[in-house]
Design a protein around this ligand. Structure first.
Ligand SMILES: *Cc1c(COP(=O)(O)O)cnc(C)c1O
Length: 483
């Protein structure tokens, strides 16, 4: 494809995206496809000869779009939002066009330095501690996801706890303890598996029944028990905004326990951390400055930045880079040897890395910090309104506190009806209607429905429409449920 052809089809492609965003609202949010249906529409063999680009756009409309769950649909209210936005998409296109690799400083100095700079900006914007800054003891890096962030935090923790021996000798039969709750993201268990510690290293700390936040006295008990058993307490995960309900663990109190026992404290604020752009939500960071060894939040969820973009910081970068640095001959260069530069390949699992800082830079510059605050506040405001509608409707009940933009609730059912069945049926019917898309979770083993506001294109009337759809389907279900 010549630059001239690229220009032509590039314009067409940008038009396609703009048209897609404009017509999203008229599409059913969730697809109606059976397993294998999409593949059934694809040719069995790849083309022997090149095809016009139009053919691809044609199949995008005919084959791909009908098989998509439209995450950018304004009435997509499931899971957590995965914000995309114009400036982020355009900057990602620039990143693809530049096609540079940022594995070391010398393989593209601007790729590394812009990333350091934008993450320092983010420290300032979110009110995170100065020691996370690149000119302090720590520093930030963009990981693909919060799951990767947790894995490299765990490797750093092992390096620190093993006094540098683990990278040479492995764990050598030494037993380590990881502390999470039933509400911690599943990536913690996955990290333990990948690191070879096994699921048996993961301790489940109890949560407070009302807030679902980690119970610090139980954490103390489990740590003491491990110490008595000869297990080294290694890493605790404190979640700021859990995935099921956006519960907030008491970071400061957890940090006190961690400090006493030399436990690495990783704060997982994947969804909620970006909300700290708003000064009134800075309480989300309480305890982070004093106690966190590492911290992450995902601009790719709620801060208008196209996936993938997880912002990850460490308080002391030496543990991370010492744990992971390997320097093969073909990567040797004068800048690395000078010690004056950051080589991000030592901060992540892969070697190669895309120029992801561009999209974050574009988002911050396009919206400005005030624009980012407006987006967060809108999500929170709409969720608060929705919670009021739910509270005022006797057919429903709120199922958990809703400090941010997620509301968990359930349909009340007559005593002789099974509440889980009724709620799952409601979910299924709402999603099958095509007008809105929700997901569910469980609290104390009972089904709850989740509405996560915060999509890039979601406005008040969309939340109202979703609520109407829900209320309508609820009436139908209650009418058909034996009273
Ligand atoms: C979404 C989420 C994750 C996982 O995010 P990825 O970036 O997709 O790995 C981890 N922790 C919490 C609290 C989350 O909400």
């Amino acid at each position: 494809m010549s630059p001239q052809e690229f220009r032509q089809f590039g314009h067409r492609t940008v038009d396609w995206i703009a048209d897609y965003w404009e017509r999203l609202e008229s599409l059913p949010v969730a697809p109606e496809v059976a397993p294998g249906q999409v593949r059934g529409l694809l040719p069995r063999h790849p083309p022997e000869h090149g095809e016009p680009f139009e053919a691809l756009l044609h199949d995008l409309d005919g084959i791909v779009v009908p098989g998509l769950l439209h995450w950018q649909h304004p009435r997509f209210l499931g899971y957590f939002p995965a914000n995309t936005s114009g400036p982020a998409v355009l900057a990602d296109l620039l990143s693809a066009g530049l096609g540079v690799q940022g594995m070391t400083w010398s393989t593209s100095p601007a790729c590394t330095e812009l990333e350091q700079h934008v993450l320092d900006w983010l420290v300032e914007i979110l009110g995170l501690p100065d020691r996370f800054r690149s000119d302090g003891s720590g520093g930030g890096v963009i990981q693909d996801t919060a799951s990767s962030a947790l894995l490299v935090a765990l490797v750093s923790a092992l390096h620190r706890a093993g006094k540098g021996m683990v990278r040479r000798e492995g764990t050598g039969g030494r037993r380590f303890g990881l502390y999470v709750t039933g509400e911690t993201h599943s990536s913690a268990v996955k990290a333990a598996i990948i690191a070879g510690l096994g699921e048996q290293s993961v301790r489940q700390v109890r949560t407070d029944p009302a807030t679902l936040a980690l119970d610090v006295s139980h954490l103390r008990t489990l740590v003491m028990r491990d110490v008595a058993d000869g297990v080294t307490p290694l890493l605790a995960v404190a979640t700021v905004g859990t995935t099921s309900t956006t519960a907030v663990d008491p970071v400061a109190a957890i940090g006190e326990v961690c400090r006493r026992h030399g436990i690495w404290l990783h704060v997982d604020a994947a969804y909620a951390g970006v909300a700290a752009v708003c000064p009134e939500l800075r309480w989300l960071n309480e305890g982070v400055a004093e106690h966190a060894d590492s911290y992450c939040t995902n601009p790719h969820k709620w801060l208008l930045t196209t996936f993938d973009c997880d912002a990850f910081w460490v308080a002391d970068r030496a543990w991370l880079t010492e744990a992971m640095t390997i320097l093969p001959e073909y990567l040797r260069n004068a800048a690395t040897e000078s010690g004056l530069v950051t080589d991000y390949r030592n901060w992540q699992v892969p070697l190669g890395r895309r120029f992801r800082a561009l999209k974050l830079w574009a988002v911050i510059r396009w919206y400005g910090v005030e624009g980012l605050r407006r987006h967060i506040r809108q999500g929170i405001g709409l969720a608060a309104e929705l919670a009021e509608w739910i509270r005022a409707d006797e057919r429903f009940e709120l199922a958990a506190p809703h400090p941010l933009s997620l509301v968990c609730f359930r349909l009340r059912t007559p005593p002789d009806a099974d509440p889980d069945t009724a709620n799952l049926r409601l979910l299924e019917r709402v999603n099958a209607s095509g007008t809105t898309f929700l997901t569910h979770s469980r609290i104390h083993d009972r089904v709850v429905l989740r509405i996560a506001v915060g999509g890039t294109f979601t406005q008040r009337h969309h939340v109202e429409q979703a609520w109407q759809c829900l209320a309508q389907e609820a009436s139908r279900i209650l009418r058909s449920t034996p009273a």
